[in-house]
Design a protein around this ligand. Structure first.
Ligand code: EPZ
Length: 421
């Protein structure tokens, strides 16, 4: 199995371009299924990241009769006239977030047959909120084993829906199903992540009618048809934060480009409290790191616009070598601390209890053989290794390849010694 070898403990300096957002591209790929391509036109997606999760979504689209090809750096999607509304288990399991195809398939086929998304490294990934919301729109579900048969016996219609929690996936599934449903849908307490706005932007560019309010209320008017469009995916805010953390932990000076600083606002005060100075200029953010980071007292994850759960692991790596103690509180997933044990194998002092993790910074970590436990946990291990004298070997890098495009090549551009074995 491939693994990274990282020789650390020298500053990273230079520019890193942020690629397109995985978590925006995936629901937009699902939405492309709704576009009527009888005209022969394709959806043309620019700034779509070339990642294993994106390839997994393309494989689902191809299974559903769509054409999905890369051309001159853009991803072209043309929906087919297949009526196969079944996603086989092996494709569902390739990517846990395949559940986002449910809403699109119901809108397109008025039925869907798939397996329950397995749990993942972050804990069980229930879909009760998705199903409860879609049920209000006229969908009926039958569970058989780990299979889920969904049908719309009468019509897919708009509804007034209140989410008990601003679930990103449930919000996306409601928007997708409601886009071609009959009538108006109002969704209250919807997720407010930038990726939701990007999905709405894509659907509206296709002729949809999705309006987001600042408080998380979403208004969707069902339309007769959606047409293929050309669209550019937003930059990946978590990749941008990860790149800044690589500079922060190595005492370096990193500028990220092609970013959306406004999407990363919740993390900047944490980096500044740790002693980094930040300069924002248009789509660029420059970070100048101190010789040694200071611990930030508390990091608490919240739904957007709060501190993002996906940034917890990269920031935890910084606190592992900071001066002082940091208390993390994870409010989104049950198991966001799996990378803690791998960081401890490098000499970090981390204790976890349920949603709480206490990190006492040490002066220096030591090299070790570690394994990625999940996507952002893997990024944390790379960040930690960059600040560690000697050679750290990181296994199970498939997790990282799900969400970071050519990470070793990118980091080598700013002076990192990282090779793939
Ligand atoms: C999305 O996951 C992202 N994935 C996650 O990024 C991100 O961490 C998460 O949103 C929160 O921002 C994609 O967009 C592909 P949720 P999602 O539904 O949609 C519980 C990454 O690293 N819940 O907002 O699955 C759920 O168990 C990934 O790129 C229910 O209980 O997140 C979790 O504890 C990791 N019932 C919490 O809500 C439901 O029906 C948040 O889940 C749905 C969710």
């Amino acid at each position: 199995m491939e693994r990274y070898q990282v020789k650390g403990a020298h500053p990273l300096n230079g520019k890193l371009q942020v690629h397109g957002a995985k978590n925006a591209a995936l629901p937009i790929l699902a939405a492309s299924l709704l576009c009527d391509s009888r005209s022969g036109q394709c959806c043309c997606l620019h700034n779509c990241p070339q990642l294993s999760d994106v390839e997994a979504a393309c494989n689902i689209l191809r299974h559903l009769g769509c054409k999905a090809v890369w051309q001159d750096g853009a991803l072209l999607i043309r929906s087919g006239d297949s009526s196969d509304c079944r996603i086989p288990d092996h494709l569902m399991r390739e990517m846990r977030s395949s559940i986002v195809f449910l809403g699109a398939m119901l809108a397109r086929y008025r039925q869907a047959h798939l397996t329950f998304p397995g749990g993942c490294e972050l804990g069980p990934r229930p879909i009760d909120m998705h199903l409860a919301a879609l049920e209000k729109m006229g969908v009926e579900f039958t569970q058989n084993g780990d299979g889920l048969d969904c049908c719309v016996p009468n019509e897919l219609h708009g509804a007034s829906i209140d989410l008990p929690f601003p679930s990103v996936g449930a919000t996306e599934n409601v928007i997708l199903a409601a886009s071609l449903a009959k009538g108006e849908t109002i969704l209250r307490n919807g997720a407010r992540e930038p990726e939701i706005s990007d999905l709405a932007g894509f659907l509206n560019a296709c002729g949809g009618c999705v309006h987001l309010e600042k408080d998380g209320t979403v208004h969707i008017s069902g339309v007769e048809r959606l047409s293929p469009c050309e669209y550019s995916v937003i930059p990946d805010r978590i990749v941008g934060i990860t790149y800044l953390c690589c500079g922060a932990i190595t005492g370096g000076n990193i500028t990220i480009t092609s970013a959306r600083p406004d999407h990363m606002r919740a993390v900047f005060p944490i980096l500044e409290e740790m002693g980094c100075s930040l300069k924002i200029d248009g789509d660029q953010v420059s970070l100048l790191a101190p010789q040694r980071l200071k611990a930030v007292k508390n990091v608490t994850t919240m739904p957007y616009p709060g501190f993002p759960t996906d940034a917890l692991a990269p920031v935890m790596a910084l606190t592992a070598v900071a001066q002082g103690t940091t208390i993390f509180t994870e409010n989104i997933f049950q198991n966001r601390y799996k990378q803690a044990w791998e960081l401890c194998r490098m000499g970090a002092d981390i204790r976890t209890e349920g949603r709480i993790a206490v990190v006492r910074g040490v002066k220096m970590l030591h090299p070790a053989f570690v394994n990625c436990t999940d996507l952002r946990g893997g990024a944390a291990l790379v960040i930690a290794a960059l600040a560690t004298e000697g050679t750290t070997t990181i296994g199970e890098i498939r997790h990282i390849q799900r969400g970071y495009e050519n990470l070793p090549e990118q980091l080598r551009q700013v002076g990192a010694c990282i090779t793939i074995l």
